[in-house]
Write a protein that binds this ligand. Sequence first.
Ligand code: MV4
Length: 502
Amino acid sequence: MIKKVLIANRGEIAIRVMRTCREMGITSVAVYSDADRKSMHVRYADEAYHIGPSPSNESYLHIDKIIDAAKKSKADAIHPGYGFLSENAEFSEQCKKEGIIFIGPSAFSISTMGDKITARRTILNAGVPVVPGTTDPIKSNDNAIEVIKEIGLPVMIKATAGGGGKGMRLVQNEKDILPSLRAAKSEAKAAFGNDIVYIEKYISSPHHIEFQILADRHSNVIHLFERECSVQRRHQKVIEETPSPIMNPAIRKEMGKHAVAVARAAKYEGAGTIEFIVDDNLNYYFLEMNTRLQVEHPITECVVGIDLVKEQINIANDKKLTYTQDELSQNGHAIECRIYAEDPDNNFMPSPGLIQHITEPLGFGVRHDGYIYEGYEIPLYYDPLISKLIVWGKTRQETIERMKRALYAYKITGIKTTIKFLERIMNTPDFVNGNYNTHFIEKNKKFLEEEYKNDGNGKAMAIIAAFIDYNNRIEQAQQKIPPSQKINNWKSSGRKKSMLRL
Ligand code: MV4
C-alpha cells in the first residue's frame, strides 16, 4: 500500500494531488527548483527536496534527480501531474526498475500513444473511427503527392512525434504541398529530433471533445463522459465545459464505447483521455490519447462526483474500480476557466512578477485550484497558468451566471491576468448559446477585445436572446429522443441526486 507519494511537479497541480494524499492518509513529498524555493507547493507538502536550478531541464525534467529525491525521502510512489515527465515512457520505466510505483500508465501505453502513427494503427485495429489518412510514414515527396491525390485537399501534415499542434501544417493548395512537407519535417526534427510525418484529411471547423477514462489492473475500463474543449487560443485551452452543448445521449454512448476500446487497445491503466475531433454533423474521429491526468480534469470530478487522483492512487495500489459504467451519470454542468499570467490587451504577453493582492472567489458551486499568494513572485521559467476557476451549476445557464459572479469577485493585482478576457467570453452570445467550435476566439475577436458592460444596451439583449436560443435548442434535441431516454439538462432538481460534488 502506498504510504508516501513524491509529486514530480509544481504549481496548482502539485497542490491538487497533495490534497487527495492528505485525505487518504498519504504523506506528500514536494520537489522544487531554485526558482520555486518559496512556491506554495513546497509549503503545502509534508516534506520537500531541492532538485536543482530553475530551468526545467535541470530540475523537473531531470529523471535521475527526481528518482534520487524519491529514494532519499523513501517515497513508495511518484505522481507526475501533467506536463514535465508525465508522458515520458523512459521515466515510467525507470520508476519501475527502481521499485517505485509510477502513478500512471506503463511505458508501453505511453509510447504506443505518444507515437501518433502507431496510435492511429492501434486504434484502427480496435474499430474506432480515425481521421481518414495514412497509417504509414510519408516516404518521399512523390509519396506525399500520391497520398494527397487519394485523400483530396485540404489535408494536414502532422509529425508522428507531435501532438498538441506542434509540427503540424495545413495544406490547401497543390503548390503548397512540398514546401509544407519540408516545413513540417524540419519543425518536427527541431522539436522532437524525429522528422517522420503522416497525412490526414483536414476536418474544417471541428469541435474538440475528449472522453475521460479510468482503467484498473483487472481489465475494468470505464469512461466518465466528455469534456468540450473547443475554446482555445493557439492550441492552448482557455475554457472547458461538460456536458458538451453539442452532444446528445446516443452519440455520447457511442463515443464513450469507442473511448473505452481505445484504452483497452493501449493496455492502459490509470486515468487517461481520448481526444476526438467532431464536425458540425457530429461525425467524430479519434485524434490522440493523452496518457496523463489533464489540466481540465476537475470539471469531470464535479459532474460525475469522483476524485480522479484518488482513483489513480487506488489503481496504482492494484485496487479494482468500485463502480460500473451503468452506475455513473452526469449531474448538472461544470465550466473551467483557466487564469493565465498574460495580458489579454497586449497580445497575451506573459506577465510574470510580484503578486500584490489576491482575493479568491468563494461560495456555493465554486472551486479554485491555484497556487499563488500575496508576496509571491511568479517565475518566468514555467507555464503561465496560475489558477483554474471551476464552477458547478444545476444547468448550463446557472453555471455561466455563477462563473460571471466568481470572475467578478476574483481580484489579482501586481500582474496582468486573463480574468477580464474570460468575463468577456462569458458575455459573448456564441458562447452563451453553445454555438461554438475551435474557431470561436478568432470568430469573436472584435467582441473579445472590448470591455463588456451590462448597460442594458444591445449587447445585453443579445446575451439574453442567446440563453433563450440555447434552451430552445436543447428542448428540441430532447424531443427527438424517445421519452425513456430523455435526460433533462435544465430541470434536474426533481431527480434523486442530492449530493453536490465539489
Ligand atoms: C486536425 C484538425 C483538422 N483536421 N486534424 C490541433 C492540435 C492537435 N491536437 C491536432 N489539431 C488539429 N488537428 C485534422 N485532420 C484541426 C486541429 C485543430 C484543433 C484541434 C483541437 C483543438 C483545437 C484546434 C485548433 C486548431 C486546429
